[in-house]
Design a protein around this ligand. Structure first.
Ligand code: NAD
Length: 370
């Protein structure tokens, strides 16, 4: 298989973890006989510094002409005082809109080998395995007007929560489809006791549910969902929710694994390449120290192999290599225990690569005897 992958490292640790993911992709290509052409583009603060805009046209073009996009992270204190329209995060919002990335899919998997770093008790979190599906192109983050005004002599501000029904339908339908391949349960999260937009969301979920008689639908208010996620995370299979609720809940769900550095995501497109990125940000507090955990980024690359290229065996090989390295006791600083010596970003990626190569060697030997 031959594929073109747009790599957008972005800012801060985005640059460091992207290198780790490319190391793993090259190893996969070598082992399984594929060709991955990695082409690089700037986004976020790096693009502002060089081109004065967080998403230059040529970066967008690079993405549109690739089979998939792998993104590190954007942002950092250097650009925090920029005017709203040229903040690094605007680059992220624009690329989502331009590529039609309507659903952000965030699997939350618990690794028993690092259960000691989860702030939750093992008996609460053991066996938790859910996917948060977040709507990505509507809601408060895109609605207009979004501005400061001066009304009745007072400084005022407005943000707008706007959805078209078809935007709600497609993301909820995606969640139902996903649930048919998992445990068959969708939890639709809203704030229907207060918001009109949530009441429309809830009605739409009910309508879609009629198309999927084998999937169980439950509704949950977002405040309750925030509590249930840490009280009884095993109850969830697929959670689907609007943009801002999903942003917050999926970060909360990362607590189950013990670190933001463990969670990958996929943003699914309606029309072009899908985009894969870790859920964490640019982590300015540790950027440049070779201390970031590259696992979220490497698992995002595994999601790309599975979802965009249909390379199921390859994706599983990467995921197994990650599990194996964690089981061996290797940990970056965010998941290390007090007194244990952590590995660097590069060392973690190299160990995962070594485990991948080793698994393949074993696989080949087994194949030869089969
Ligand atoms: P963050 O995710 O960057 O960091 C939160 C905490 O998690 C920090 O303590 C950080 O050190 C740690 N962390 C994050 N990723 C890690 C990794 N791979 N390994 C180890 N530890 C890791 O969130 P923040 O501090 O709120 O935001 C920092 C910047 O990132 C801001 O400019 C924000 O706008 C941006 N941001 C970007 C994205 C994105 O690009 N998708 C997402 C969230 C935040």
């Amino acid at each position: 298989m031959e594929k073109r992958i747009a790599i957008l490292p972005g800012d801060g640790v985005g640059k460091e973890v992207s290198k780790g993911a490319v190391t793993i992709l090259q190893a996969v290509a070598e082992l399984f006989g594929h060709k991955f052409h990695c082409v690089y583009g700037e986004i976020g603060g790096a693009a502002i510094d060089e081109y004065g805009t967080p998403l230059p046209e040529h970066t967008l073009e690079l993405c549109k002409t690739s089979d998939a996009v792998l993104l590190g992270a954007v942002g950092g204190p250097k650009w925090d005082r920029m005017p709203g329209h040229i903040r690094p995060e605007k680059g992220l919002l624009k690329i989502r809109k331009e590529l039609g990335l309507y659903a952000n899919v965030r699997p939350v998997q618990y690794y028993s080998s690092i259960s000691d770093v989860s702030p939750l008790r093992k008996e609460v979190v053991e066996g938790a395995d859910m996917v948060v599906v977040r709507e990505l192109t509507g809601g408060l983050y895109f609605g207009k007007p979004s501005e400061r005004t001066f009304q009745k002599g007072e400084a005022s501000v407005v943000d707008t929560l706007f959805y078209q029904k078809k935007e709600i339908e497609r993301v909820i339908r995606y969640a139902f489809e996903l649930a048919t391949t998992r445990k068959g349960k969708v939890t639709s999260v809203d704030k229907a006791n207060v918001l009109e937009s949530s009441r429309m969301w809830r009605e739409t979920a009910e309508e879609i549910a009629r198309e999927y008689p084998d999937v169980r639908l439950e509704h949950m208010l977002v405040d309750n969902a925030a509590m249930q996620l840490i009280k009884n995370p095993r109850q969830f299979d697929v959670i689907v929710t609007e943009n801002m609720f999903g942003d917050i809940l999926s970060d909360e769900a990362s607590v189950l694994t013990g670190s933001l550095g463990m969670l990958p995501s996929a943003s699914v497109s309606t029309k072009g390449p899908s985009l894969y990125e870790p859920i964490h940000g640019s982590a300015p507090d540790i950027a440049g120290t070779n201390a970031a955990n590259p696992i979220a980024m490497i698992l995002s690359a595994a999601m790309m192999l599975r979802m965009s290229f249909g390379l199921l065996e390859e994706a599983e090989a990467v995921e197994n290599a990650v599990k194996q390295v964690l089981e061996s006791g290797s940990r970056t600083r965010d998941i290390a225990l007090l007194g244990n010596f952590p590995v660097t970003t590069e060392q973690m990626a190299d160990e995962i690569k070594a485990a991948l190569l080793d698994n393949e060697a074993i696989f080949n030997i087994m194949g030869a005897y089969a």
